[in-house]
Design a protein around this ligand. Structure first.
Ligand code: CA
Length: 227
């Protein structure tokens, strides 16, 4: 199999060097671009298999690059930001990033994310196998969910969380977004409520499908459904 091509767009040379080194050692074909405008031109000319995109860049910032890119491409993108608080806003913008990494990061963590996103997006690119029933079926009107034909016994909040997450596999939801989705009035509840319902939901899913983690918690960000 060919090496996966990763383009890192990062204007801090020291950070970039460490990450490129990690990617190369792990067998990726990694390239670096330090300027936003040059990065966009390069992306159009020779698209990589995955883009690691810093937000604050000279030339063109990361968000503008992503916005331009998404007009014509569903290239996997992992955004890199210096602020955890930024992530909620970024998710809100629905720019279609596949994952988010916060600075300071460990190169190992970035590598793990890169591999996870590539796994997910490679699976997405393959045609679906015929006659495979969906893993999870949601009956929104009957408030029932089944996993491979097996009925899940969920509370209404757990059901709502599952419904929201499964509607967009691979999309990362923040606690705040999930809270808004499952409570009509969020004044008296806080994001811990999401954690508690989520914990129970994940436990039930793990009982039904012990061999895989269907809902993944992303530290500092939120949750994602990855079938
Ligand atoms: Ca930067």
């Amino acid at each position: 199999m060919d090496k996966h091509k990763i383009l890192l767009v990062e204007d801090e040379p020291d950070l970039a060097a460490v990450l490129i080194d990690y990617l190369l050692r792990d067998g990726f074909d990694a390239a670096l671009e330090g300027d936003g405008t040059a990065a966009l031109a390069r992306l159009r000319q020779t698209p990589p298999d995955l883009l690691l995109l810093d937000l604050m860049l000279p030339g063109l910032d990361g968000l503008s690059i992503l916005r331009e890119l998404r007009k014509a491409s569903d290239l996997p993108v992992i955004l890199v930001t210096a602020k955890v608080e930024e992530i909620d806003r970024l998710i809100g913008l629905e720019l279609g990033a596949d994952d988010y990494v916060c600075k300071p990061y460990s190169p190992r963590e970035v590598l793990a994310r890169v591999k996870a996103v590539l796994r997910r997006t490679t699976a997405r690119a393959q045609p679906p196998a015929p006659a495979t029933p969906p893993l999870i079926e949601i009956d929104a009107e009957g408030w029932q969910a089944t996993i491979q034909g097996q009925r899940l016994t969920l509370t209404p909040k757990e059901f709502q969380l599952l419904r929201v997450l499964t509607a967009r596999p691979g999309r990362v939801y923040s606690r705040g977004q999930l809270l808004d989705a499952i409570y009509e009035d969020t004044l008296d509840v806080n994001e811990r409520a999401v954690d508690s319902h989520m914990k129970n939901l994940r436990k039930k899913l793990a009982q039904a499908q012990p061999e895989r983690e269907l809902i993944r918690s992303i530290y500092g960000v939120g949750f994602v459904f990855e079938p």
